[in-house]
Design a protein around this ligand. Sequence first.
Ligand code: AMP
Length: 359
Amino acid sequence: MADLPLQPGSMIGILGGGQLGRMLALAAGRLGFDVAVLEREADSPAGRVCAHTIVAPYDDAQALAALAAIADVVTYEFENVPAAAVASLVGMGVDVAPGPLALAVAQDRFEEKTFLNANGAPTVAFAAADSPEAAVDAVTRIGAPALMKTRRDGYDGKGQRWVEHAADAARVFADLGSVPVIVEAPADFVRELSVIAARGRDGATAVYPLAENHHEHGILRRSLAPARAAPALTEQAERIAARILAGLDYVGVIGIELFELSDGRLLVNEIAPRVHNTGHWTQDGCEVDQFEQHIRAVAGWPLGPTRAIAQVEMLNLLGDEAETWSKLAAEPETRLHLYGKRAAKPGRKMGHVNKVRPL
Ligand code: AMP
């Protein structure tokens, strides 16, 4: 196990080489750490800014052993790394943060909502199904219309369909691939919000101001932060975050997606055991951003302050939108963050901007 707090010059391992890994690596570098990334693809956004890149599938035993040999702690940038890979690192004595429980809970929507409710974090009503008959039964119990989602591997709105009538449930179950699903009641929300929070090795917690999020075709388009929010709403979000962090015995930054209902209640939609797209505003809007905060937490350093110092509109640059970089770079209130991805496919997250105003 690692000797904590990690000294500058230590090696932090990251599973996953996308933009989140890249921004984590840049933050780690600023604090004096070296980074080794394990990623399937060569020439990845994170790999190009790291001291070491191991190019291999996440469950490659040799690659995991190579990472274990050089990394003092290991973290990950996305929640769909195979649980077996993390288990194998833990088996080799590697300190992995966030731990296997957070990963297991976040990888399965049914486990996730069951955990949330058991820990006092409210969600919509839900039911699991793993056959066409059970899917019809689940929609009948929850009531149509309902949202059917695959339990695993969904992201950016993929792997989910509305079911208008219980009689359609078997067909939608088949359309989703006849895999285990969860059926959710519709959340009648007025806004989608998120809260980014962190927990250190010593159990200390830090919560950022709420962000208000707008999606298009299931992909995050823009976040406004700090969101306009009465103190009672902020307190509710902080209470929910504290329960989730404690329930998972969490170490690191977590993203918690919320629905705000018309009666002012918050429901949790889902949690991401990692830095989160709706927390990118903290790079230019907070004293210590989510990336540095995550590195501090996993390294056993004290958490930093989460106070907002600016009002931010974060806009994702999707596909060829990143080609407008020279125009964006000329705007004095715009902070440009590009991920160094080689190919701009439609809808692919190529970068983001934080448009900054005084608070
Ligand atoms: P998810 O993949 O669970 O994050 O869902 C993607 C988007 O679908 C959310 O950001 C919401 O806009 C919408 N959504 C998800 N679950 C529900 C629900 N139970 N009721 C209404 N809308 C939902």
